[in-house]
Design a protein around this ligand. Structure first.
Ligand code: MG
Ligand code: MG
Length: 264
């Protein structure tokens, strides 16, 4: 989706503030969804609620609706689905499921992109651990996103978090720059070597998004042309924030109004 030679477009402070306005809507939405995700809810209902919530903010639209032809407002990926799950009235969430919700907002011509994996009812300890490690990988990746570091430091932070846990990092899907478009340069892989890849500069806005599996790293796309699942049927978790590389530490532009707990 992102061309290798594409220019990396740096953002000014006012532009970052605009992206943060849209990002805050996603943060608020996730706080709402935390109370809505429960057994018996369909992924179509989550999609509808999310679209209504986004559009209730003046000028804001769901950035994923129609993007490359995607039919939903948000991506709803359950259990072994990694990303790009299509919301459906037939997909009723059950006790013990997990569901990753990936949301994009476009506001005043600027995009933001964030994902979170939610537990449905009572979820087994191994799955809760998968979510914890994925979120920790995101936190450590964000901490590595400082001026002077390189894109490879972000991926190395993800890999370093996951090493020894028994979980695997999905390598075929990557994070990306965010701005006027949802997907801009550079690609931000969830693996890499410190000091490798493009240098991180003040004013870069990046979507950092580790995707982990409880089994092998291999993935495939279902016949619907969208839903990406783990090849071995193991469960997958996905956490994502849009961050601005500025000053001493990256600024999270899609933070939740209150902490989104994985264990509730
Ligand atoms: Mg996303
Ligand atoms: Mg993204």
């Amino acid at each position: 989706m992102v061309q290798r030679n594409q220019m990396i477009r740096l953002k000014s402070e006012p532009e970052i503030a605009e992206i943060a306005r849209g990002g805050a809507i996603i943060g608020e939405l996730f706080a709402v969804l935390q109370d809505v995700v429960r057994p018996g809810v369909t992924t179509a209902e989550l999609d509808r609620l999310s679209e209504d919530f986004i559009r209730s903010h003046d000028g804001a639209v769901p950035a994923f609706k129609g993007l490359y032809g995607f039919p939903g407002a948000v991506c709803t990926s359950t259990n072994a689905e990694v990303v790009h799950g299509i919301p459906s009235r037939r997909r009723v969430l059950k006790d013990g499921d997990i569901v990753s919700l990936d949301v994009g907002v476009r506001l005043n011509g600027w995009c933001s992109d964030s994902a979170s994996t939610f537990t449905v009812g009572d979820v087994d300890a191994a799955t809760r651990r998968l979510l914890e490690v994925t979120r920790e990988a995101l936190d450590r990746a964000i901490a590595a996103a400082v001026p002077g570091n390189h894109v490879g430091d972000i991926g190395a932070a993800v890999e370093g978090t996951v090493r020894g846990t028994g979980f695997a990092v999905v390598r075929d899907l990557v994070g990306h720059g965010v701005g006027r478009e949802v997907h801009e340069a550079p690609q931000v892989p969830n693996f890499g070597r410190p000091g490798q890849g493009p240098r991180l500069l003040d004013g870069m806005v990046l979507a950092i998004e580790p995707m982990l599996t409880a089994g092998a790293e291999s993935i495939r796309t279902l016949d619907d042309g969208w839903t990406v699942v783990t090849s071995d049927g193991s469960r997958s978790a996905h956490f994502e924030h849009t961050v601005a590389v500025t000053g001493e530490r990256a600024r999270v532009l899609t933070a939740s109004a209150r902490p989104v707990a994985a264990s509730t």
